[in-house]
Structure formats: structure tokens, C-alpha cells
Design a protein around this ligand. Structure first.
Ligand SMILES: Nc1nc2c(ncn2[C@@H]2O[C@H](COP(=O)(O)OP(=O)(O)OP(=O)(O)O)[C@@H](O)[C@H]2O)c(=O)[nH]1
Ligand SMILES: [Mg+2]
Length: 365
């Protein structure tokens, strides 16, 4: 495992997520620097903090600096030149995890596209700096080679995209076939680690990896299930995370597109998070689903890990997330994929306790 110094925000849940991201990417965090503000123009952090960071680096000897915010290419460049060390901003860290996790040909292409898009935005900056004479010969290249490098990334983006378009067409054919068979399609969506795969495995008897680590699932699979004696198809998909840039969503389009064609999107929420975290993740999921184009009337919010909570707290969550307000559109359901206390399967104590939360039935009937 590599080691890193983490620079993150001064908020417990943010620190926890950043540590989980580092862990999933294979970085052991030797030291965390917590800041209220990470968007200082030159380095992201203040110049004063740079000296402190240098001192810590001398004793900790990390392999990289993880910066838990999206850095502009110029900030990344400034930090790397000042510290003489690889800087992984939030996007680069997520890309590392994606790279580690991608196993199918499709997810490899998607990750590759996201990496190229990331590199492209950096290449633009490097070319700009080279033109201004500020970065003579980056990577030992002259001006001509810089242009070659830039054009090469562009060419690889076009080629990867066209391969993904082909994969997208195959998905489309599958979808049409499924439509002809007349099955209802249920997709699982939600923040990474909400428990999508655990539920999917339970419903389908599959053995896909489920784990505490972030982004365990990177590809979509669909299986036939029987819910209340009715056959349906259910898909497990890639999880979301806050500050997921548009180009990453775009790169995973062929996978996430499945959500667009679902009859129902079960938006899994880890109800064991703190209220603050819950609201933040909820907003971020809703935003991502909107960006993908999933219509709100298809979404059903599922409060997972409910066995860890007491009833008052559950009601507070429903209230805080505004889930109880419009029951026609936003039916929250409670489940625990671990205890298999599944409302969808219609056999739970909660049915008696929270009759309001059980409108989901109607959807399947
Ligand atoms: N206590 C509890 N833990 C759960 C429940 N459902 C899932 N988990 C745990 O939550 C963690 C994440 O579960 P996954 O099913 O991998 O989550 P995911 O949403 O598929 O995550 P990604 O693939 O990363 O997007 C695992 O450690 C599961 O064991 C639940 O109902 N209760
Ligand atoms: Mg998963």
C-alpha cells in the first residue's frame, strides 16, 4: 500500500469519506491536515500551510499528497512544483479507485475515457503554460511535441468514445429485447456504499462483491427476479459520490443509461449516516439522477440499513429529507438488506409501525 498525507475539510463526515476514498484507492493516510477552506487561488491551501506541509512531509515521507477538493490544473501544477511530489486531487483519487476496480471491458473503456478527459483538461493548461514560457518543455518535450501529446489525447478520446457508442448500441438491443418480453425493469441507484449490491445479491442469489470500500461496483448487470410472485428485471449500477464531475458521469453514460429506461429507480440511502451526511448524499444523488435525466416520478427512496436505527430517528430522516411530503411521488421505504427485512417483499414489522411508508406496493401491483 502507498502512503499519503491527506488535505481535507474540517468536518467529520467529509474526513471519513476522504479516508475511505484513500483506503479504497490503496493509500494509507499518515497524516491529515484539516482546513475550512480549500480553494485558495494558487495552491488550494494558504501559502502559510505549505511550509507546515513541507515540515510534515520531511518526517512522514509520503508517496503522494491527496487533496480532497477538485484542483484547477494550475493549482495542481503549482502544488506539485512546490512540494516536488505527486498531487492527487479528489478526481484523480476517484479515477485511481475506478482503475483498480474496473474489470469488465466496458468499465475499462469508461474509466479510460474519464482518465483521458482528466488528462485533457490538464494538458490544455500545460500547453498554455508552455506557450507562456512558464513551463518550458514539460516532461522534457518541446512545443511541437506538446501539441503532438495534446492531439494524441484528443484522438484517443474520440476512439474510446466510439467504442463506447458501440457498447451503448448493444445495451439498446438488449433493452429492446427485454421490452418485448414485457418485464418491468427496476434499477438500483444511490450513493456509493449505500447497499445496492447487497440488496441485489439477496434478490437475485448473485454473488457480486459487496464491501465497505467505495465504488465496489463499476458495471451494471441485470437479472430476473420475482417480487410478490411477479417476474421483473433488476439492475445493479455504479454508485454516486458528491462532486462527481459531469465528464465522469458522461464517461459512464452507457452504464448509467440503464437508469433512464427503468420503470422504477430504487434510490438506496444509507440511513445509518448522520442526518447532515444523509442530506448531503441525498442531494448529491438527486442531482446526479437529474443530470442523467431520470424522471423524479420513477424514483423510490429506500432507507437501507434500517436495522441500525430506532423508529424516532427514522421518522426524523423521512421528515428532514422531505420524503413524506408527496407520497405519490416519493415513497420512502425501509429496508435492511442485511436482515432482509424487506418491505418490497411485504413482510416486515415496520409495516404495522409505519403504514405511511408502504405505498411502494402499489407500484408493483
Ligand atoms: N448494517 C447494514 N449494513 C449493510 C446493509 N446493506 C448493506 N450493508 C453493508 O454496506 C456496505 C456496502 O454495501 P454494498 O452492497 O457493497 O454497497 P453498494 O451500494 O453496492 O456500493 P458501491 O458498489 O460501492 O456503489 C457493505 O459492507 C454491506 O455489508 C444493511 O441493510 N445493514
Ligand atoms: Mg455495489
Amino acid at each position: 500500500m502507498n502512503s499519503a498525507i491527506l488535505i481535507t475539510y474540517n468536518e467529520d463526515d467529509v474526513v471519513r469519506e476522504a479516508l475511505a476514498l484513500c483506503d479504497s484507492a490503496g493509500y494509507k493516510v499518515l497524516h491529515s491536515i484539516k482546513q475550512d477552506f480549500l480553494q485558495a487561488p494558487k495552491y488550494g491551501i494558504s501559502t502559510g500551510k505549505i511550509q507546515e506541509l513541507k515540515d510534515i512531509m520531511v518526517s512522514a515521507k509520503p508517496d503522494a499528497i491527496v487533496f480532497d477538493e477538485v484542483l484547477k490544473p494550475s493549482q495542481n501544477y503549482n502544488l506539485a512544483s512546490e512540494l516536488k511530489m505527486e498531487i492527487l486531487d479528489r478526481e484523480a483519487l476517484i479515477l485511481k479507485i475506478f482503475e483498480k476496480r474496473s474489470s469488465s471491458a466496458e468499465s475499462k473503456l469508461q474509466v479510460n475515457l474519464a482518465q483521458l478527459r482528466y488528462e485533457m483538461s490538464r494538458a490544455k493548461e500545460k500547453v498554455r503554460l508552455a506557450r507562456m514560457g512558464e513551463q518550458p518543455g514539460f516532461m522534457g518535450l518541446g512545443m511541437f511535441e506538446v501539441d503532438v501529446y495534446y492531439n494524441d489525447i484528443r484522438r484517443r478520446i474520440v476512439s474510446t468514445k466510439s467504442k463506447l457508442v458501440k457498447v451503448g448500441k448493444q445495451h439498446e438491443l438488449h433493452r429492446q429485447a427485454r421490452k418485448r418480453l414485457g418485464f418491468k425493469i427496476i434499477s438500483l441507484a444511490g450513493y456509493t456504499s449505500a447497499g445496492k449490491t447487497t440488496l441485489f445479491n439477496f434478490l437475485t442469489d448473485e454473488k457480486r462483491d459487496e464491501s465497505e470500500e467505495l465504488f465496489t461496483t463499476l458495471s451494471t448487470i441485470t437479472r430476473r427476479v420475482s417480487i410478490n410472485q411477479e417476474a421483473a428485471l433488476i439492475s445493479d449500477t455504479v454508485g454516486f459520490i458528491s462532486k462527481l464531475p459531469a465528464y465522469m458521469i458522461e464517461a459512464f453514460k452507457s452504464t448509467l443509461e440503464e437508469l433512464l429506461y427503468a420503470d422504477i429507480v430504487l434510490v438506496m440511502i444509507d440511513a445509518s449516516d448522520t442526518l447532515y451526511e444523509l442530506q448531503k448524499k441525498f442531494k448529491s444523488c438527486f442531482k446526479t439522477l437529474n443530470e442523467i435525466g431520470v424522471e423524479p416520478y420513477k424514483m423510490i427512496f429506500v432507507l437501507n440499513k434500517s436495522e441500525l436505527l430506532d423508529e424516532d430517528y427514522i421518522l426524523e430522516i423521512v421528515d428532514k429529507l422531505g420524503l413524506g411530503e408527496d407520497k405519490i411521488k416519493f415513497f420512502p421505504i425501509l429496508i435492511s438488506s442485511v436482515l432482509v427485512n424487506l418491505v418490497i417483499l411485504c413482510d416486515s414489522d415496520y409495516f404495522v409501525k409505519f403504514p405511511d411508508l408502504f405505498y411502494v406496493h402499489a407500484v408493483f401491483q
